[in-house]
Design a protein around this ligand. Structure first.
Ligand SMILES: Cc1cc2nc3c(=O)[nH]c(=O)nc-3n(C[C@H](O)[C@H](O)[C@H](O)COP(=O)(O)OP(=O)(O)OC[C@H]3O[C@@H](n4cnc5c(N)ncnc54)[C@H](O)[C@@H]3O)c2cc1C
Length: 263
């Protein structure tokens, strides 16, 4: 899909240097797909801060954005689901905390909507164990906590179903951004556009609804509006440049143009 070409870009010659080449490499990298290479006048980058701070994307000369992303690293949270089979002591729509005195504790949402599952939300140490050791280690820990709360018989009715691995996934690298102390301002830096062609979205760029799904959504709307505005402004500049090239003798006022009736 060919949306535009390098020559369409309204950039001063001095800016057509390395940064622009890298910019186009980025677009090409994002756009490589079975349909070919996508080229665009603007792009929105919305990968996690872990990916942005890493080396997997070739970024333009934009160290400020990489640095900002590094100051907003994703924390560790994971989820796992246990299946409940047969008779069990689990009442639907119940929430319990495994052990408030244990940093590895999970928060358990029991039989959401009456479904035969338990959703376990874990952070910090337990998430680290699931990532560094194995998802099975997480299931074992969850079973221990639930057996301690509901009796060891629950082991017979609970089985591992599925577990997330956000921190292990190289395209995500964690749960959601957590600013390092005194570095919340980095969100503002991360949200700035690069050369009005590369725009940044994602929960980490939101000033106050960071770390949430709706913050991610709203940041995408903001970045899309910025990109559209930038393209519209570039078109206007092109149009103005064209008008300046029209010889003065050919310029007439709108009311001087004959209407259909007068012809
Ligand atoms: C366990 C857990 C529970 C949560 N609970 C809640 C909750 O209850 N309420 C709430 O509001 N929020 C919750 N969140 C947070 C919410 O899920 C995130 O804030 C939100 O998903 C972030 O969206 P995002 O688009 O910024 O980033 P992401 O969802 O990380 O999206 C980034 C995307 O970029 C893709 N990508 C990476 N590299 C490339 C590349 N090179 N090319 C193309 N694509 C690439 C990734 O695959 C990914 O799909 C939770 C998160 C976790 C992990």
């Amino acid at each position: 899909m060919e949306i535009g070409t390098l020559d369409d870009l309204d950039l001063p010659t001095s800016r057509r240097g390395d940064s622009l080449r890298h910019f186009w490499s980025l677009i090409a990298a994002i756009g490589e797909n079975p349909l070919g290479t996508v080229r665009a006048k603007a792009a929105i980058v919305t990968v996690s801060t872990s990916v942005l701070a890493g080396a997997s994307i070739q970024m333009p000369a934009a160290p400020a954005w990489r640095h900002a992303a590094a100051l907003l690293p994703p924390g560790k949270n994971e989820k796992m689901f246990l299946e409940v089979t047969g008779d069990s002591p689990f009442d639907p729509e119940t929430q319990v905390l495994g052990n408030p005195r244990d940093v590895r504790t999970g928060a358990y949402y029991i039989r959401p909507f009456g479904w035969p599952v338990i959703e376990c939300f874990v952070g910090r140490e337990c998430a680290r164990v699931m990532v560094q050791d194995s998802p099975e280690a997480g299931f074992v820990h969850a079973l221990e906590e639930l057996a301690a709360l509901f009796g060891s018989d629950v082991r017979r009715v609970l089985g591992p179903l599925i577990a997330s691995g956000w921190s292990r996934n190289p395209n995500v690298g964690g749960a959601y951004s957590c600013a390092l102390p005194r570095n919340g301002i980095a969100r503002e830096v991360l949200a700035r556009p690069f050369e009005n062609r590369l725009f940044f979205a994602g929960e980490a760029t939101h000033g106050f609804d960071f770390s949430t799904a709706h913050g991610a959504h709203d940041s995408g709307v903001r970045a899309a509006e910025e990109a559209i505005g930038s393209i519209a402004a570039a078109r206007l500049r092109h149009a103005r440049a064209f008008i300046c090239l029209v010889p003065a003798a050919r310029i007439c006022k709108i009311e001087d143009i004959p209407t259909d009736h007068e012809e």
